[in-house]
Design a protein around this ligand. Structure first.
Ligand SMILES: NC(=O)c1ccc[n+]([C@@H]2O[C@H](COP(=O)([O-])OP(=O)(O)OC[C@H]3O[C@@H](n4cnc5c(N)ncnc54)[C@H](OP(=O)(O)O)[C@@H]3O)[C@@H](O)[C@H]2O)c1
Length: 386
């Protein structure tokens, strides 16, 4: 039977790779929904090529431009956050690939889960903000949560060689980013260009900065906690600069199962779509003799403070993770606009968390209000010069 796919964020790095994967998979997969925020030129090209049932433009200012560019095909065109939420739950969709960046994807993921869609999740921020809520809705609606993040795909694959109850430890690998091995002093004055120069992965700007601060790994610790229902104490991070071992699972008998491949997001995207089957894909096969050596080291959590804060926040839970994520999103935006220094990102996150009164048993409203508060608090901190 044909699988009908919605790609939320089809113009992004994950979205574009997902389209390459679907194209290569052939007739069993069909593109049903495509969405973008502002890149309406690319979205229009994608719509003309893949002819989805629905296309969504979330930025209302770009709606008219998109209509003109898309021409008069049969694709239904929706607008704004409301259109995104509707499209994520559309009747003609089997699998939703969540590939929007940041908290902006939260309501659409919840909508897809409530509608019982299989969710292939790249967009980790909603799991960080509302992991408890999302996993609860998924359980209630019998929804499969399939990881697309390469580390979580690796864990998902490795965990299948045992029973989840037999897991002793999850070892999340991290490339270490462009500043691996740097001292606190050396990262004081790094530039935007240096922070965007990731050594192994080619990704969107926000996640690339998150990799440089190691915030990305902190978000992934929380993501893993919810996806695999393991306590945070059982999740460790190891820096592995070759980015060949995408993560590992240690079982109670001491066996460690690792998943390895070339660093190419097409593989985890494909596995989420074909699961539980494996098929030949477009990812180049790994030749270990060409890699030669695989190395691992402990991360320096004093230099990469976001990771240390992430562990604390993961333990606290409640609205703390929403503040953690939102403060980071706001700070990364300021950094990319050249308004703050690289090291200010972790500083701003800490300031917001220090000031926030955590609410446990948080509802969606609590989480959204914590998110809004943190974004505003970042602005206030900047007015006060942090
Ligand atoms: N890139 C990777 O290799 C990778 C690996 C693992 C996990 N992830 C995760 O996957 C997610 C996507 O990352 P990415 O690197 O693909 O990001 P990206 O290249 O920046 O693409 C983001 C996508 O989201 C859309 N978008 C941006 N703001 C939006 C808003 N306010 N409302 C609705 N849509 C919006 C963008 O539309 P426009 O293009 O129109 O702006 C684009 O389609 C992130 O959560 C990231 O952490 C990425």
């Amino acid at each position: 039977m044909v699988k009908r796919i919605a790609i939320l964020g089809s113009t992004g790095s994950i979205g574009r790779n997902a389209l390459r994967v679907i194209e290569a998979l052939g007739d069993e997969y069909e593109v049903a929904v495509l969405t973008a925020h502002s890149n309406v030129k690319l979205l229009a090209e994608q719509v003309k090529k893949f002819k989805p049932k629905i296309a969504v433009v979330t930025n209302p200012e770009k709606f008219d431009e998109f209509k003109t560019l898309a021409g008069g095909g049969k694709t239904e065109i929706l607008c704004g956050e409301k259109g995104l939420v509707t499209a994520a739950a559309a009747a003609d969709v089997d699998i939703v690939i969540a590939a929007i960046v940041g908290a902006a994807g939260l309501e659409a993921i919840l909508s897809a889960a409530k509608a019982g869609k299989t969710l292939a999740i790249a967009n980790k921020e909603p799991l960080v903000i509302a992991g408890e809520l999302l996993t609860k809705i998924a359980r209630e609606n019998n929804v499969k949560l399939l990881p697309v993040d390469s580390e979580h795909s690796a864990i998902f694959q490795a965990i299948q060689s045992g029973n989840p109850k037999e897991v002793n430890r999850i070892i999340l690998t991290a490339s270490g980013g462009p500043f691996r091995g740097a001292t606190a002093e050396q990262i004081q004055n790094v530039t935007i260009e240096q922070a965007l120069a990731h050594p192994t992965w080619n990704m969107g700007k926000k996640i690339t900065i998150d990799s440089a601060t190691m915030m990305n790994k902190a978000l992934e610790v929380i993501e893993a906690r919810w996806l695999f229902d393991v306590p945070v104490e059982k999740i460790e991070v190891l820096v592995h600069p070759e980015s060949i071992v995408h993560s590992m699972v240690e079982f109670v008998d001491g066996s460690i199962i690792a998943q390895m491949s070339e660093p190419d997001m097409c593989l985890p995207i494909q596995y989420a779509l074909t699961f539980p089957k494996r098929v030949k894909g477009i990812t180049k096969h790994l030749r270990l003799e060409r890699i030669g050596k695989l190395t691992f080291e402990k991360p320096d959590m004093e230099v990469f403070r976001a990771l240390k804060i992430g562990y604390q926040v993961a333990q606290t839970g409640g609205t703390a993770t929403a503040v953690f994520n939102a403060a980071n999103e706001a700070a990364v935006k300021e950094f990319l606009e050249g308004k703050i220094k690289f090291v200010n990102i972790a500083e701003l996150i800490e300031r917001c968390l220090d000031k926030h009164k955590v609410k446990t048993n948080a509802t969606l409203e609590d989480l959204l209000s914590a998110d809004k508060w943190a974004r505003n608090e970042v602005k206030e901190c900047l007015k006060r010069k942090i």
